[in-house]
Design a protein around this ligand. Structure first.
Ligand SMILES: Cc1cc2nc3c(=O)[nH]c(=O)nc-3n(C[C@H](O)[C@H](O)[C@H](O)COP(=O)(O)OP(=O)(O)OC[C@H]3O[C@@H](n4cnc5c(N)ncnc54)[C@H](O)[C@@H]3O)c2cc1C
Length: 384
């Protein structure tokens, strides 16, 4: 039986970062991933992710996202591939809607650089967007794009260089924890460590089954649309955006990085398990997004050149799970990033490392306590 300081279960966005930070802290780390190093079954594939600072989901995220950005830039310092690209970002929508109002509140609370743009100013500066009526924009100059596959590769390579053992194609079938020790089984082996990190993304409900977490897995599609005037849609001219244009769900997009403008919406289809998610694209999935493109992004050809599926892991209050397992202080759970977690994965790995070094759970993490659903309180829903 092999012995480690920490075993990390799942080497996606959060797990690869945790392995990186734990091994940088000098710990002997074993990372176990059921699939290959970069796969398309979970939540961290699809070439690009948005990062933004003026966070409408809640002010609690702002210090985290700022630290996350610093860490992405540090990772860029030694990564061989592109990790982060600043494009600026626009939060568009009704001035009194939760998206614009929330982003504005976060920006004001932390004195973040930002500008409120009137409808006329949005039209003049960003003709790519066809806004209507009183819709306004919040310009966030510190927003941009992360490249998730490159981020995972850089975190995993950095962890391996610092001595972490990363086993791919090795699913964890069982774990148990006692004070100061954990045991983990796979078909290939049995491992012991002092601590355990559970970063299983959409598989969290089964991997952390003892907590009966009320999480849902939601299958999403994203689409790439070709621009008729490519110059207007490249980074530098077009920012990343988030828009409450459709009543059923926010829509977001990323400028053309050579493969078209990426557009997605937060409306997906709930699946009982990741394996049962229906990944075949149907008209009912594609047509609302094409209609959005036709009506709101008039310089794009409203017929996608590519689409892919991806999974969200949602908690009832749409906030993350980050912190010690309620019954096992040496087991840290990170998941339920509810469709907006990639930008945080750098800092989530650092938090895991600090918690396992014995730091108290900081007050800022209390909204993310993995034990908060044990009492039956479900908290606030995001789009109330
Ligand atoms: C379409 C889409 C668009 C998104 N856009 C954005 C965005 O613009 N900005 C943003 O910040 N976030 C975005 N997100 C959310 C973000 O990508 C996710 O929150 C984040 O990637 C989640 O990372 P994770 O580590 O929790 O999960 P994953 O990256 O899926 O990692 C979990 C890993 O655990 C492994 N695993 C599970 N069970 C086991 C087991 N038993 N044994 C071994 N390994 C196991 C899985 O195989 C997987 O590799 C988006 C998500 C989707 C789907």
């Amino acid at each position: 039986m092999s012995r480690y300081d920490v075993v990390v279960v799942g080497l996606g966005g959060a797990g690869s970062s945790a392995a990186f930070h734990l091994s940088a802290a000098g710990l002997k780390v074993l990372g176990l991933e059921q699939f290959g190093p970069l796969h398309d079954r979970g939540s961290s594939h699809g070439r690009t992710r948005i990062y933004r600072t003026a966070y409408f989901e809640g002010e609690a995220y702002v210090p985290l996202v700022r630290r996350a950005q610093q860490l992405w830039h540090e990772l860029q310092g030694f990564a061989r591939e592109r990790i982060i690209q600043r494009t600026g970002g626009l939060t568009l929508g009704r001035p009194d809607g939760p998206t614009v109002r929330g982003a504005r509140r976060s920006a004001a609370a932390f004195a973040l650089p930002h500008e409120m743009l009137s409808p006329e100013e949005v039209r003049a500066r960003f003709p790519q967007f066809s806004i209507r009526g009183s819709e306004v924009g919040l310009w966030d100059p510190d927003a941009g794009v992360l490249f998730p596959e490159n981020c995972l590769r850089a975190h995993a390579a950095g962890a391996a260089e610092r001595g972490a053992e990363l086993h791919y194609g090795e699913a964890v079938t069982r774990w148990s924890a006692r004070s100061g020790s954990v045991e983990v089984d796979t078909k290939a082996g049995n491992y012991r460590a002092r601590s355990l990190v559970l970063t299983a993304g959409p598989w969290t409900p089964s991997v952390v089954s003892d907590l009966a977490l009320p999480l849902t897995v939601e299958r999403q599609f994203v689409f790439w649309f070709p621009p008729s005037d490519p110059d207007l849609y490249r980074p530098g001219r077009m920012p990343v955006f988030l828009w409450d244009a459709r009543p059923e769900a926010e829509t977001y997009g990323i400028p053309d990085l050579g493969d078209g403008v990426k557009v997605g919406s937060w409306k997906g289809k709930v699946a009982p398990t990741p394996e049962e998610a229906d990944r075949s694209l149907r008209e009912e999935d594609a047509e609302p997004v094409r209609a959005f493109v036709r009506e709101r992004l008039p310089g794009l050809v409203p017929r996608e050149t590519e689409s892919i599926s991806c999974l969200y892991t949602n908690s009832p209050d749409h906030h993350f799970l980050v912190g010690p397992h309620p019954r096992h202080p040496n087991v840290v759970v990170v998941s339920a990033c509810s469709g907006h977690g990639f930008k945080f994965t750098s800092v989530l790995g650092e938090i895991v490392s600090r918690l396992l070094a014995g730091e108290e759970v900081p007050q800022e993490l209390s909204p993310f306590d993995p034990g908060r659903f044990q009492s039956g309180t479900e908290g606030r829903r995001r789009r109330e």
